[in-house]
Design a protein around this ligand. Structure first.
Ligand code: ASP
Length: 322
């Protein structure tokens, strides 16, 4: 009698365990992480913090919805970046900062971790959403990067929306470049995502740095520097002093450390941000790995950022201890 009860208990426990294992196998993790620039974020009042939160939450919700419904990580990051490019608050698309000549020159890139393909544009001044053009460079050409008027000609040919440069006009940004040549408007935007098929993607978009030389291109449109995605490892987008990210190949470094040294995402991102600190560079990176782990690291006082995965609720933060 006692033996048969024990047998029943053991069988029940065994089938419960199999059930758990099976149901775990069914759930493929997915998620998205977004940044809206790294820097001091000093003197932000509640209204300003709420604006960052509202923008990042809107982008997160749209990106996460695509992933939840089985869409691709490429579509999730593209959609999220378009939303942020349309908001004047961020330094990308509509809110782009001015160069020393008081022009606006935008850079963007996108990378597909499945195919290893990428697309980028640099120095565009009439493209409403540079990330959409970067995506088209990847999808529709044999090239990786188009710049300036050539990129805009391509946009016209394939029907990507062009706008009069006055669309990007901003009194606030003009004052910035006129008053303080060292002022840094924060708000480069980036996104990294993992979809239910296990594919990783990342994208970044920026107006660059206030008062930059005309023709200057930063890390954001450079694959490996500002953006990287590699299936089986991670997807990364960076923000900060681009010249340093270019010298260190910061975004790719995260995934390559995982690949060559078998480190976790958290370990790799910490090492990579420390490398930035050592050479005196300010900035941060957001990333997601192929298991859906998220890491957000920065050596500035703050980095506007948010994430949502099938395991982590939607979260928004600016400072370290939020
Ligand atoms: N990384 C961008 C650049 O150097 C700027 C930024 O992220 O704030 O163009």
């Amino acid at each position: 009698m006692e033996r048969s009860i024990i047998k029943i208990i053991l069988i029940t426990l065994f089938s419960l365990m199999v059930g758990v294992i099976e149901s775990n196998e069914e759930v493929n993790n997915f998620g998205i992480v977004i940044h809206g620039g790294a820097g001091s974020f000093s003197g932000l009042d509640e209204k300003a913090i709420n604006s960052y939160e509202a923008g990042i939450n809107e982008a997160l919700s749209a990106g996460f919805k695509i992933l939840r419904e089985g869409g691709t990580s490429l579509d999730a990051v593209t959609t999220a970046i378009v939303i942020l490019e349309d908001l004047p608050l961020f330094n990308a698309g509509k809110g782009s900062v001015y160069t020393e000549m008081e022009t606006q020159e935008m850079d963007s890139s996108i990378m597909d971790g499945e195919s290893g393909k990428g697309g980028a544009v640099a120095g565009v001044s009439k493209v409403k959403n540079p990330v959409l053009l970067a995506r088209m460079v990847m999808d529709k050409t044999e090239h990786v990067m188009l710049i300036g008027s050539g990129a805009e000609k391509f946009a016209e040919e394939i029907g990507i929306e062009l706008v009069d440069p006055s669309y990007f006009y901003s009194e606030k940004n003009l004052k910035r470049v006129r008053k303080s040549k060292t002022d840094e408007k924060l708000g480069t935007v980036g996104a990294a995502a993992l979809d239910q098929s296990g594919n990783l993607a990342a994208a970044t978009s920026t107006g660059g740095r206030t008062n930059k030389m005309t023709g200057r291109v930063g890390d954001s449109p450079i694959l490996g520097a500002g953006t990287w995605a590699q299936n089986g490892l991670c997807a990364v987008s960076g923000t900060g002093h681009g010249e340093y990210f270019m010298r260190l190949l910061t975004a790719a470094d995260v995934c390559k450390l995982m690949e060559y040294s078998n480190l976790s995402l958290e370990e790799s991102t910490k090492i990579v941000v420390n490398k930035l600190t050592v050479i005196g560079a300010k900035g941060g990176i957001i990333s997601i790995d192929s298991d859906g782990n998220i890491s957000t690291q920065f050596n500035t006082k703050g980095m506007a950022r948010g994430y949502q995965t099938n395991q982590l609720p939607r979260t928004f933060k600016i400072y370290k201890d939020d």
